[in-house]
Design a protein around this ligand. Structure first.
Ligand code: IPE
Ligand code: IPE
Ligand code: MG
Ligand code: MG
Ligand code: MG
Length: 316
């Protein structure tokens, strides 16, 4: 078993994480300002979003944009849209009818700080805002290429967020309570509930970074490599989440440790045992890094490689 908990990320990654976190935080602040005439709803949306998440999905989108030779700025709308979908999924995930958790990102969950009806509406509104952002060009955007890119992003994000992706995975998660799933069933569940949005982050980052309407063989090979990479880290991300639910602590996690066990959720830890789950997460990270070798990228893929390690070495 490899030692995996509590390692600090490499210095280049630490800098990249904090730059991207600050970047997406600024954008989210702007998008959430005056977003509703209901002060209560706007306040609860900000509470559920601007609350110290790791912003890993935006970071992946930015890293992927750089790997295909693009600029960070090009991935801003994708980064915000993905994070908003993720925040909505967390607000709903914590509801009494779902995981019934009281703590998120170190603070009371939205339904605790406000009320259940508000938390449901916050999720609904964050989801709409995500697609609103993708459908609006920014100043100076070249419309013809942008429209196609944005349509592609909307297709990718709606697919990843909906019944074939995150929401479908949440349904499988809910149906699995108290049942014994086999490994293939659990893999499908994890790939949908968490992996789909992680994959969309990488794919949308590449779309944003290229920002051209021509397709070619080189892009297809790069896309296949990125998709492979993203599927591996997407699964690894949820395996590590399961591990942390078992061996993390509530104050570091910012969410209740032991939530899965107390609700009899099948997880990689309950199925494989802790040591094998840790080995599996590490193996997936290695495979993800190897996937990037399948293609030649015009930009730097180092951050993507470091992120694969970070996902399975993180302590929260
Ligand atoms: C937690 O996601 C929920 C899962 C999909 C496993 P994160 O661990 O990315 O949570 P935040 O955004 O940093 O709070
Ligand atoms: C949540 O999975 C996945 C989502 C789609 C939000 P979990 O229920 O394991 O996430 P945490 O542990 O509450 O963050
Ligand atoms: Mg859940
Ligand atoms: Mg949960
Ligand atoms: Mg969890």
């Amino acid at each position: 078993m490899e030692e995996s908990l509590g390692c600090s990320p490499a210095p280049t990654l630490t800098q990249f994480l904090s730059d991207c976190q600050a970047r997406v935080e600024r954008q989210l602040n702007l998008h959430l300002k005056n977003c509703s005439s209901s002060q209560a709803l706007a306040q609860a949306m900000a509470y559920g979003t601007l609350n110290g998440g790791k912003r890993l999905r935006p970071v992946l989108a930015y890293a992927s944009a750089l790997a295909v030779g693009g600029q960070l700025q090009s991935a801003d709308p994708a980064a915000c849209a993905i994070e908003l979908i993720h925040c909505y999924s967390l607000v709903h995930d914590d509801l009494p009818a779902m995981d019934d958790d009281d703590l998120r990102r170190g603070k009371p969950t939205v339904h605790k700080a406000f009320d259940e009806a508000t938390a449901i509406l916050v999720g609904d509104a964050l989801q709409s805002l995500a697609f609103q952002i993708l459908s609006h060009p920014g100043p100076g955007d070249d419309c013809k290429t942008l429209v196609q890119t944005r349509l592609d992003m909307i297709a990718a994000l709606s697919q990843a967020a909906g019944a074939a992706g995150m929401v479908g995975g949440q349904a499988l998660d809910f149906e699995a309570v108290g049942r014994d799933l086999d490994l293939d069933e659990l893999k499908t569940l994890h790939r949908m509930k968490t992996g789909a949005l992680v994959r969309a982050s990488v794919i949308m980052g590449a779309m944003a970074g290229r920002h051209v309407d021509t397709d070619n063989d080189l892009f297809s090979v790069q896309n296949a490599a990125l998709s492979d990479y993203a599927q591996k880290i997407g699964l690894a991300f949820q395996v590590q989440d399961d591990i942390l639910d078992e061996i993390g602590d509530t104050s570091t996690l910012g969410k209740p440790q032991g939530s899965d066990r107390s609700q009899h959720k099948p997880t990689y830890v309950s199925l494989l045992g802790l040591d094998q789950a840790i080995d599996h997460a590490q193996e997936l990270a290695k495979q993800a890094i190897s996937s990037l070798e399948q293609a030649v990228f015009p930009g730097d893929t180092e951050i993507l490689r470091l992120l694969a390690r970070y996902i399975v070495d993180r302590s929260h």
